[in-house]
Design a protein around this ligand. Structure first.
Ligand SMILES: *Cc1c(COP(=O)(O)O)cnc(C)c1O
Length: 451
């Protein structure tokens, strides 16, 4: 079997996600035969270092023997069962673990099968909570500019990445969008903390003006990942927690991308020492193996739905694969690795190594910023360094970095003009050096005026 045979078959029947399919007339699709650790291997034996954890999901490498074993074991006893009226051991054990490791107060787990659905669950539950509590006038949500919460219509409405959202605007509910505390926008010489704190005034004003009609504020803690890996200071989350309490509005933490160690702590919220009312988890939940998501809530949220059936206050929401046992087994295997290995401590060293390796890029004439939060490091390419003028999007400079990466054995997938690393936690310092050097060369080539 050759790559080209598969590509031809693929392109005659598939429609790929987040892709202008016409690009594949000149941009080769990469069929993968097998994965091992950080490596993906195509059908001709070429290997690619997965520097983006296959869209931010993989934690402990591809075909991790410990996770594989647990899934195989689960497969031989139960592959799936309806979760309404029925239960199973894996979902119970996983729920106990999630309640134990998430910030205090999040004591209930509701499952779905992808991140967007976890967001839909949180939005519907928050609205429904206020309705059950006799506040039907609370129907709106506050979100940050440049945020991303998924692709289904509710989650898309709550996000703010124009490229994904604009086309569908007529279909979307109205949300209140508050300027992001994104530190890339700070003044010269201003600290990230000062800027994030200063930007909180917009959120405070919005809460003050709209508290009566607002169900919840929805944020991605610390890093707006799909929004070009823009980062902000934990102080913002602290202020937000206090203000949500003051104005009687829920706080929904979307930890779908940043959860499970990406930011250096197990959850981003920990860096602000806060507990949200809702926490959405997916992506790394199963170490990137299987589609599964969870929305965790407090006892207070749960109690607003708990009543005699005739009251009609139950949350009548479900997905066919809710709490799938194979996904739960993968999640348990992943959490066992966190327990058995010193993952967060090892990650601290890897993050420091990544910082050192990428440091020289700060002086690159076309790099506007190198920023990092834990195991996420991002490099902002600019046309003009002093003014941070972006390259026109039509030039697709990031795509050139992607192509250079593929030709040199590294899977990078820049977001527009932002090249970033979000590798699996089993990456070695040597592999980090390879990843950064290929990206650096790719950036050199991609930012030349004449390419
Ligand atoms: C990926 C992502 C989602 C959506 O998850 P899907 O599983 O792709 O639907 C939501 N929020 C954030 C922050 C994400 O990164």
């Amino acid at each position: 079997m050759k790559n080209s045979d598969l590509i031809q078959r693929d392109l005659s029947v598939l429609w790929h996600p987040c892709t202008q399919m016409k690009d594949h007339e000149w941009l080769p699709l990469v069929p993968i035969k097998r994965g091992e650790g950080v490596w993906l291997e195509d059908f001709e034996g070429r290997r690619y270092l997965d520097a983006i954890s296959s869209w931010w999901v993989n934690l402990f490498g591809h075909c991790n023997p410990r996770i594989n074993a647990k899934i195989k074991q689960q497969l031989d006893s139960l592959e799936h069962v309806i979760l309404a009226g029925f239960s199973h051991e894996a979902v119970i054990e996983l729920s106990e673990k999630l309640v134990a490791i998430t910030p205090p107060g999040l004591n209930r787990c509701f499952y779905a099968d992808n991140g967007s659905s976890a967001i839909e669950v949180a939005l519907k539950m928050s609205f429904h909570y206020w309705r059950n509590r006799g506040r039907p006038g609370k129907t709106k949500f506050i979100t940050l500019s440049n945020s991303y919460h998924g692709e289904t219509l509710g989650a898309l409405a709550a996000g703010d990445v124009a490229l994904y959202k604009e086309t569908y605007q007529p279909l979307l509910m109205d949300v209140i969008t508050v300027p992001s505390p994104d530190c890339y926008q700070r003044e010269n010489g201003e600290s990230c903390a000062t800027y994030s704190e200063r930007m909180f005034q917009h959120m405070r004003d919005a809460l003050q003006d709209h508290a009566d009609e607002v169900c919840a504020v929805l944020v991605e803690p610390l890093v707006q990942c799909a929004g070009s890996m823009r980062m902000y200071d934990p102080v913002y989350l602290k202020l937000l927690r206090d203000a949500c309490d003051e104005f009687g509005v829920h706080l929904i933490a979307d930890e779908i991308a940043v959860g499970f160690g990406r930011t250096g702590t197990l959850f981003g919220c920990e860096q602000a020492s806060i507990s949200p009312d809702f926490m959405c988890l997916s992506k790394g939940l199963t170490a990137g193996y299987l589609p599964l998501s969870a929305t965790l809530v407090t006892d207070e949220i749960y109690s607003a739905f708990y009543a005699d059936y005739q009251n009609l206050t139950a949350f009548l929401h479900s997905h066919s694969f809710t709490g799938n046992p194979l996904g739960c087994a993968a999640a348990l295997a992943s959490l066992a690795i966190f327990e058995q290995d010193d993952v967060l401590v090892q990650n601290l060293h890897l993050a420091q190594h990544m910082a050192r390796a990428a440091a020289p890029l700060r002086d690159h004439p076309h790099v506007g910023e190198v920023r990092q939060t834990g195991m996420i490091l991002a490099i902002e390419l600019v046309q003009d360094k002093p003014g941070k003028t972006p390259f026109p999007w039509q030039e697709r400079r990031g795509l050139s970095v992607y192509q250079h990466g593929l030709q040199n054995g590294v899977l990078l997938r820049p977001l527009g003009n932002v090249v970033y690393f979000m590798p699996p936690y089993i990456i070695t310092p040597e592999q980090i050096d390879l990843m950064v050097s290929v990206a650096t060369r790719g950036i050199d080539l991609a930012t030349k005026p004449e390419r």
